[in-house]
Design a protein around this ligand. Structure first.
Ligand code: ADP
Length: 489
């Protein structure tokens, strides 16, 4: 193999994904540099990097979104390439093109492809024109004057979505068409608040669907392959929390159809590097939802079943190498499940929680992509996802058992998390049977609201305090009462 054209890569990201990218860079013999805001000084990525360059801004997020500062950091690090991770600047076509103009390789698709496929509206129009199935929709910008009447013509139920959005934020279901106008206005003001962009569109709301997506990988020579699908239907507020592969919902024929459709869409877009084509799946039908022109949070499950290191493939593709894998080389082996560990309280409407990582012990024998370490403050400055637990087994049943054991073994003191919810899902009959859809958590509120573990800890603590000797020694140590709150974690 020829040497890569760069020896240092700057990661324009933070948290677990920055740490995960560093691992592969080191395996490839490359130097890893990170640009970081001071709030992240005590995180794994900063301690693992060969070089850490401080950036600053009005807010921590604003620093990571500051294109000029990121490019300067790359130049300071003598980096020949930038990996954008996910979120942040990863789907910003202007960023990709300024990186390239600065003579630095962008680890992702071309700016033109990002501009086309990273924009929801342009992408769905393009996919529809290319002849692939999309959900019926009305786009405001096409003709604002007729927007509402075009939306009404689709018929209920409808989903109002922000055009410039992401992360499931700002979407509204409309079942009664009389409320459509109000819903549009509410969605618009929410979209303005979240994304600084009040554009919205309306789509047919598919009842009880699944979210299934396909990983694709391309090079600059026109070679394009898929690495099978991921099932991402376990969601809260339109956001994924458990992903797995293979999907329990697909027959071999449907799997072939959906994977080939994804490759067809990516090929039409002249897609290079790693990307994900997302579909809404219902009955035997699937519809294009969007394409993510970057590495996806849940990419590890694909790596587990295929043995392909997607970050390494991204680096090779950006370095101009021809894809070494052919479709027939990519084989799916066993079953993988990923759990997203988040700083949030499911029993209180999934509100984000904060704290400090006082004690952190991860389970053995599973893959952990972690963005936190002991002593770190957990602030509301970023997304609440802290780490991912990824398991791989021969069958789905075994993988669910292994994932359950892992989440039960995890110890994180100092901040409330969704760990108990994840454990309950992995024991739930509907999940284990594979019969679930994106409304699964909403339809089963007991999974989030059931506070059994929390109550049990409080009960045991009270029982222990009622025993005289314990009470006496407890009274002698005033701090004990204060410390009880942390047990539940
Ligand atoms: P975002 O970019 O905000 O994540 P997506 O378009 O990817 O938004 O949708 C996120 C989730 O919203 C999907 O996984 C699915 O659960 C739900 N969803 C999106 N579009 C539809 C639809 N037309 N019908 C039903 N559910 C939908």
């Amino acid at each position: 193999m020829h040497k890569l054209p760069f020896d240092t890569v700057l990661i324009a990201n933070r948290g677990e994904i920055a740490a995960r990218i560093i691992k592969t860079l080191h395996e490839l013999g490359l130097r890893a540099a990170v640009a970081y805001h001071e709030i992240d000084a005590g995180t794994p990525a900063v301690s693992m990097a060969d070089l850490a360059i401080p950036i600053s801004g009005r807010t921590p997020i604003a620093s990571y979104l500051d294109i000029a500062q990121i490019i300067t950091a790359a130049q300071k690090a003598n980096a020949g390439a930038i990996h954008p991770g996910y979120g942040m600047l990863s789907e910003n076509a202007e960023f990709a093109s300024r990186v390239i103009k600065a003579g630095i390789a962008f680890i992702g698709p071309t700016p033109e492809t990002i501009a086309l496929m990273g924009d929801k509206i342009r992408a769905r129009n393009f996919v529809q024109r290319t002849g692939f199935p999309v959900v019926p929709c009305a786009i405001e910008e096409d003709d604002p004057a007729t927007f509402v009447s075009r939306a009404l013509a689709i018929g209920a139920p409808l989903l109002v979505k922000p055009s410039g959005g992401g992360g499931g934020k700002g979407m509204r279901i409309v079942r009664d068409l009389a409320t459509l106008k109000t819903a549009i206005e509410q969605a618009r003001s929410e979209a303005r608040r979240y994304f600084g962009d009040g554009r919205v569109y309306v789509e047919r709301y598919i009842e009880s669907p699944r979210h299934i997506e396909v990983q694709v990988l391309g090079d600059s020579f026109g070679k394009l392959v898929h690495l099978f699908e991921r099932e991402c239907s376990v969601q809260r507020r339109f956001q994924k929390i458990i992903e797995e592969t293979p999907s329990p919902a697909l027959s071999p024929e449907l799997r072939t159809r959906i994977c080939e459709t994804a490759v067809g869409i990516a090929r039409a877009a002249n897609y290079q590097n790693a990307g994900t084509v997302e579909f809404i799946f219902s009955g035997e039908e699937f519809y294009f939802l969007e394409m993510n022109t970057r590495l996806q949070v849940e990419h590890p499950v694909t790596e587990m079943i295929t043995g392909v290191d997607l970050v390494a493939e991204q680096v090779y593709a950006a370095a101009g190498r021809e894809l070494a894998l052919s479709q027939s080389d990519i084989v799916s082996n066993g079953h993988a499940i990923e759990l997203r560990l988040c700083a949030e309280a499911p029993e209180r409407g999934y509100v984000p929680t904060t704290g400090k990582v006082l004690v952190l012990e991860y389970p053995d024998g599973v893959r952990i992509d972690s963005g936190i370490m002991q002593g770190q403050d957990l602030t509301p400055a970023f997304d609440p996802m802290l780490a991912k637990i990824i398991v791989h087994s021969a069958s789905r049943t075994e993988a669910a058992l292994k994932a359950h054991r892992a989440v039960r073994q995890l110890v994180l003191l100092g901040c409330e998390t969704n760990a108990n919810l994840l454990a309950r899902i992995l024991r739930d009959e509907a999940f284990l049977s594979g019969q679930f859809h994106t409304g699964y958590l909403e339809d089963n509120p007991h999974l989030a609201a059931d506070n059994f573990e929390v109550e049990m800890s409080a009960f045991l603590a009270s029982a222990a305090l009622l025993m005289k000797p314990v009470r006496e020694s407890a009274d002698a140590v005033p701090g004990l009462h204060a410390a009880l709150g942390g047990w539940r974690n």
